[in-house]
Design a protein around this ligand. Sequence first.
Ligand SMILES: [Zn+2]
Length: 166
Amino acid sequence: MGVEFGPFEVGDATNDPQASAPYAFLEGDAGDSVWNPLRDDIGFRAGRLNIYWVDTVCGGIGSGWSNFGPQVVMGKNTGDELLSYEIGHAFSLTHTDGNANFDATNVMGSAGNTRQFVTEGQLFRAHLNPSSGWNILCQARPEELTRACSFGDSGSLCIKAAEGLC
Ligand SMILES: [Zn+2]
């Protein structure tokens, strides 16, 4: 996909009294009521992708969630495969579940442990969609061609995908 992570920092809030332990992240679609505490209690770096490792996400230690923006939250027993998927959401990619053009090896399947690849269409969307974190955070395409594909958009320039739960 061309993603290269530059310098990153780890902020350990384990002993921060504002970050309750165990930290349980609830339903991500609830909006600011669940996303703001991560920012306020643990921390947030503007202009960066902020990835939080907490105890549970949606009640599970193996779940994750993206706000399709600069915040990703991961349960304590998640790994790089699910993180790649959540970063895909941050780059505006949607679920491929039920779409015959994708199989279980696609990174954006909402469940499974065989995620390996993204398609050329997904690369296109991640790079050219103005709402992709790639463009918002990295300002990768200033004054260059973009293509808007909103979440769930099934237009000819967008990947057809269905959306499910985390
Ligand atoms: Zn998802």
